[in-house]
Write a protein that binds this ligand. Sequence first.
Ligand code: KIV
Ligand code: ZN
Length: 548
Amino acid sequence: MPPQHLKKYKAYPTVDLLDRQWPNRRITEAPIWCSVDLRDGNQALSTPMNIEQKLTMFTLLVEIGFKEIEVGFPSASQLEFDFIRTLIEKKLIPDDVTIQVLTQAREHLIVRSMDSLRGAKRAVVHMYNSTSPAQREIVFGKTKDEIKAIAVEGTRLIKSLAEQMGDTEIGYEYSPESFTATELDYALEICQAVIDTWHPTTDHPIVINLPSTVELSTPNIYADRIEWFGRHIKPREAIIISVHTHNDRGCAVAAAELAVMGGAQRVEGALFGNGERSGNMDLLTMALNLYAQGVDCKLNLSNMPHIAEVYQQCTGMDIHPRHPWVGDLVYTAFSGSHQDAIQKGLKHHAEHPRDYWDVPYIPIEPSDIGRTFEGVIRINSQSGKGGVSYILEKEVGIQIPKWMQPDFGLAVQKISDSTRRELQPSEIHDAFDRTYLLNDNLLKKYKIVSGSSTTSLEAEVVIDGRPVAFNAEGNGPVDAFIAGVAQVAGVHVAVTNYAEHALTKGADAQAIAFVEVIANGRVVYGAGSDPNISAASIKAVVSAINRI
Ligand code: KIV
Ligand code: ZN
């Protein structure tokens, strides 16, 4: 980008708020959530949802636990209008859920929007008009006072129509659209005029929504603006300050979080951050951010695979595999050092149950959101011995001792290097069998006779492709075997490490033995499996010798 292009852009103004309080605050409870999936999210889709998809999405939002749902823009199309009528006429809105509709501040659109709500128990009318200099001057050609008059007139009309809605209780939300590009004092002035027209009370508060229609600054400046606004707007106790952030700079969630620290009580957003341009604020990320800090997010996200599936089916949008908290790959490690730490962390967690979760690289327990440890560790050429051993233990219960893990890790790495792709758990198991256990079959026959002080062994074995048979003695079966092999095959073996464990329980219980041996001056590893533990040990030595 040529440097002269930089002249086209200017820095965003800061807020004069030296005693800002938000940096020292924590979020200790969930804000009031409002989903705008069916309006802002929907209007950003190349193919907007049809009525059936909107109904499915509405059901999902209710299941998740949203109590405020912006269901559409009824004056924008017949489909939008009909969807809202369907919700109301088919009585699909639970008593504790409030629907809301968006309207521009124009008389016929307001009237049509109010009409869409007839018969609902309770609903919020959300009116907006654009307030930034570019919108005022270029788009509408109006002065500040004229723009303010539009907001006030629209509010007055909604107020009078609300009084004629019979049993339908109407709440009101006002948004100075393009708030982030609007002079802060002017945004305050226009919102104050709206509030003074509506006359909210503590029992019937107004929602003032301060959208980051386009994200133009770092989140700290947005938080400053929210805190400043909250200090000046009146009567504060009758106003719910809401934020609605977009993700142009990639900080929509951070901006909403800091805004809540700055005093916002309500947050609008969409599932998986769907929405215009780079999206709306992702409700799931913000909720799980709270959850991961031990704060009740007041949403039920325990079946994330279901949420993801319904979302994709309704919107036709993909979910990035690295999407925070929920992407397919976010609970997966390919890198060796990560795998090692995760494996140790999980083992430690299982062996030392504690009240809190502390597993490296996995900030929440995946099962909390319906994910499993399936695939937490996956194997490619970047993976380490720890990950490979973890998979083998999970897949078939084989616990390779620590001292043998590098040997098997290397064997697996050779395969993934040559295939240049991820290896499936069954392929890791296969690699173990081919590396060690197929060699143990080379013990063709054996007979152990244990005496009081020595063991004698009669064996027939294939070593280096050559069948050999012998009778030998030692102070145990392995010792006798080693002595025999030295006599008849001239292979001199010393066992330097040994481990064994049971593989399965019950009638066909198998044992598996692992050995590290020095054979003819080289360190080699072997494994053997057999229902008889002595045979498994001998097979492990055979396996090692045949790997020299
Ligand atoms: O982003 C925005 O400003 C909006 C308003 C209509 C609230 O979606
Ligand atoms: Zn928006």
